[in-house]
Design a protein around this ligand. Structure first.
Ligand code: HEC
Ligand code: HEC
Ligand code: HEC
Ligand code: HEC
Ligand code: HEC
Ligand code: HEC
Ligand code: HEC
Ligand code: HEC
Ligand code: HEC
Ligand code: HEC
Ligand code: HEC
Length: 396
């Protein structure tokens, strides 16, 4: 039997060499579907081998016929096992990009090409711009989420459950709830075939590339960011310089106008500028912030959010000449006396704020004095009451 089929195979190969095209057209889709279109066709293990003819002809490969992919099948019964289909034979670019990606190792499935994890059933592949395609922007979060929303996989690879964070983010809601095609989906930031870990410096999600990745859509903000101190520090290679995701996160990006985000982000600025946060909390503006109110001046009300510049830069919103405009956003009739109010006055800094320093010292001493005096007073009063009480109890 084995011999016979080898013999058959070489005969067929000879025939194919002689009149290749004729042999190919004999094995067209209709010929294969004569058996594989039948319900109930199965292999020895009972695994169904039925192909939905209409889905195949409607697919992007419908016109190619079956042997375009199953190129080793040239006889009946088939020479088993049949060779695995190699998609990269025709899609060399995608094949090599996937081989170099973070998924190369993990998507290897002995039963099917890795491509099918994202492109779905091999016999019903649709153009990527077809709304039914699993890689159509609206369907992508779900396609990537089949793995990245799977708690078991997340645990095994030590990855967060990105899918659930993303779908509740402003981008996720815009895409899945509002159907906004221009909102960021997984591949807008990660690419599709050449996906790399953010720890790889060549990745679009590596820190140094994040502003440009977000800037593909938020171009105006990217430009402001690079004109500001943080963008310049990033360019200069300062390791601590914040990029977009330090303040906005990567997958839980929310509306910036919510109270929760504003309170959290004030603390975020303070995670690097700790002393400035502490002094801010001592001011009128900071006191109400701590109570959770939003309608007050926050770090970026005075410093801007993206084009943040040091006071020494004449273009800065906190340069002396620009303070009336900056404070004037909220305070009417801003005088030079008013702008001399320092939003970061630091009573601990004697060199810069001598008057404040000594006043604070004096107030602290006064406070200490008052407490010591009344503390002593209370102790003496108590011991006097005690002795009066024992004297009174001693009496019949
Ligand atoms: C005469 C009926 C018949 C025709 C025509 C036919 N097949 Fe099959 N095919 C089968 C049967 C039966 C099996 C199951 C073989 C087994 O597992 O023992 C099978 C199995 C297969 C398999 C799966 C092998 C595996 O890994 O389990 C592929 C792929 C396949 N056929 C493709 C084709 C293609 C492509 C054509 C057209 C060129 C074709 N077949 C034409 C009957 C047919
Ligand atoms: C775009 C390439 C492509 C084309 C065209 C194609 N197949 Fe397949 N087929 C695959 C892939 C990929 C698999 C999964 C197994 C593998 O990797 O070989 C597969 C598996 C199969 C199987 C095994 C059963 C299964 O579902 O796993 C059968 C039977 C089969 N194909 C028949 C056909 C027939 C019949 C046609 C034409 C109507 C056809 N194929 C056209 C790529 C293709
Ligand atoms: C991690 C998911 C994923 C995997 C794995 C994957 N693709 Fe794609 N593919 C996509 C997405 C998403 C698109 C949509 C276009 C885009 O974003 O580039 C796409 C688009 C395509 C296109 C259309 C051309 C283009 O760039 O627009 C082809 C062809 C393609 N993929 C083939 C393959 C092949 C072949 C494989 C396996 C070697 C594969 N893909 C593996 C996600 C994937
Ligand atoms: C024999 C060559 C060949 C093989 C093998 C092949 N394809 Fe294709 N594929 C094509 C051609 C040709 C087109 C373009 C059809 C068109 O534009 O109408 C295409 C289109 C596609 C598209 C849609 C691209 C778009 O721009 O929307 C995807 C996705 C795709 N193939 C994925 C695959 C996957 C996955 C496999 C493996 C299961 C595969 N292909 C195997 C030839 C092939
Ligand atoms: C707006 C851009 C953007 C979108 C949309 C996006 N990501 Fe990310 N993703 C990033 C950035 C940036 C990082 C790197 C985070 C870091 O440095 O901590 C990242 C990291 C990851 C990681 C690694 C997490 C880790 O902590 O190691 C995974 C997995 C991931 N993304 C998957 C996805 C999936 C799946 C989707 C769609 C559901 C998606 N991403 C959507 C920008 C994005
Ligand atoms: C078949 C399951 C599967 C699918 C589908 C899948 N991934 Fe992954 N992905 C993984 C696994 C597993 C890892 C972990 C690889 C490792 O750490 O070696 C990974 C890693 C990643 C990483 C790198 C995480 C890191 O270490 O920083 C990113 C980014 C990522 N995937 C994004 C995507 C995007 C975007 C899609 C959809 C276009 C997608 N993945 C689809 C399984 C999948
Ligand atoms: C140091 C923290 C920080 C960094 C870094 C940062 N942002 Fe922002 N971003 C903010 C703050 C604070 C707001 C809120 C501004 C407001 O309430 O007016 C904001 C607002 C936004 C908005 C809302 C629209 C708008 O114009 O106010 C978008 C979009 C945005 N940022 C995107 C980005 C992008 C893209 C990057 C990277 C190039 C980035 N951000 C870097 C803090 C930051
Ligand atoms: C593919 C384009 C695209 C990319 C890439 C992208 N965004 Fe967005 N982003 C949008 C769109 C569109 C909206 C508006 C959604 C809405 O209003 O419903 C948005 C909204 C936002 C908002 C909320 C603005 C507000 O008014 O509150 C922030 C913040 C934001 N994006 C930050 C980022 C960051 C940070 C990155 C990079 C990690 C990024 N975006 C990447 C398209 C994109
Ligand atoms: C991840 C750390 C980090 C976060 C978060 C951060 N910054 Fe910065 N900031 C820096 C670094 C680094 C510089 C550049 C310092 C330098 O060049 O000496 C800087 C510079 C500044 C400057 C210019 C003054 C100077 O010393 O050059 C101001 C003002 C400023 N940041 C305000 C903010 C505000 C407001 C926020 C929140 C919206 C914020 N920063 C969030 C690290 C951070
Ligand atoms: C009411 C306006 C206002 C608010 C709110 C505010 N600042 Fe400032 N900030 C200023 C002014 C004015 C200066 C310059 C005077 C000074 O150095 O004290 C300054 C100075 C700074 C500097 C040093 C700039 C330089 O050129 O060296 C940093 C860093 C800074 N602020 C961070 C923050 C952070 C972080 C917050 C929020 C926790 C914040 N600021 C809140 C107005 C404000
Ligand atoms: C985003 C709006 C906003 C900006 C910008 C702002 N403030 Fe205020 N400020 C307030 C509000 C609101 C109050 C009332 C108390 C409170 O709710 O914080 C206040 C209170 C004050 C007070 C104490 C009460 C009073 O009115 O005398 C002083 C002093 C003050 N701000 C100074 C400044 C200075 C100086 C600047 C510019 C460097 C500035 N503020 C920028 C919103 C702002």
């Amino acid at each position: 039997m084995q011999k016979l089929s080898r013999f058959g195979c070489s005969l067929l190969a000879a025939a194919a060499l002689a009149g290749g095209l004729r042999a190919q057209s004999a094995l067209n889709a209709a010929a294969c579907l004569a058996c594989h279109g039948q319900p109930g066709i199965a292999d020895a293990q009972g695994h169904s081998l039925q192909i939905a003819a209409s889905a195949f002809t409607g697919s992007v490969h419908g016109a190619l016929g079956c042997p375009a992919c199953h190129s080793d099948i040239r006889q009946f019964p088939h020479h088993l096992p049949v060779a695995k289909v190699n998609c990269a034979k025709c899609h060399a670019n995608e094949g090599s990009q996937l081989r170099g990606s973070v998924h190369a190792a993990v998507m290897r499935n002995p039963a099917a090409p890795a491509c099918l994890n994202c492109h779905g059933s091999p016999h019903a592949i649709l153009p990527v711009r077809d709304p039914r395609s699993p890689v159509y922007p609206l369907n992508l979060p779900h396609t990537c989420g089949a793995c990245h929303g799977n708690p078991k996989l997340a645990k095994k690879y030590g990855l967060p459950n990105v899918y659930s964070m993303y779908v509740d983010s402003i981008h996720g809601l815009a895409l899945t709830r509002d159907g906004l095609l221009v909102a960021a989906t997984c591949t807008s930031c990660h690419g599709s075939h050449a996906i790399l870990s953010h720890t790889n410096p060549a990745s679009p999600t590596a820190r140094a590339h994040v502003p440009a990745t977000c800037g593909k859509c938020h171009a105006g903000i990217e430009a402001k960011y690079f004109r500001g101190a943080h963008g310049q520090a990033l360019r200069a290679g300062v390791g601590l310089a914040p990029v977009c995701i330090n303040c906005h996160t990567a997958h839980s990006i929310s509306n910036v106008h919510t109270a929760a985000w504003q309170v959290k982000t004030t603390a975020k600025c303070g995670s690097c500028h700790a002393r400035r946060l502490a002094t801010y909390h001592d001011t009128f503006h900071g006191q109400v912030t701590q109570l959770g109110f939003v309608a007050t001046a926050r770090c970026w009300s005075c410093h801007r959010a993206h084009q943040i510049l040091p006071a020494s830069d004449p273009k800065s919103s906190i340069a002396r000449a620009n303070l009336p405009a900056t404070c004037g956003q909220c305070h009417g009739r801003v005088t030079s006396g008013f702008t001399s109010y320092d939003p970061h006055a630091d009573p601990g800094n004697r060199r810069r704020y001598p008057a404040l320093y000594y006043t604070a010292r004096f107030m602290n001493l006064l406070l200490l004095g008052v407490f010591t005096f009344f503390g002593l007073h209370t102790v003496l009063w108590f011991s006097r009451s005690m002795s009066e009480w024992t004297v009174r109890r001693g009496k019949p």
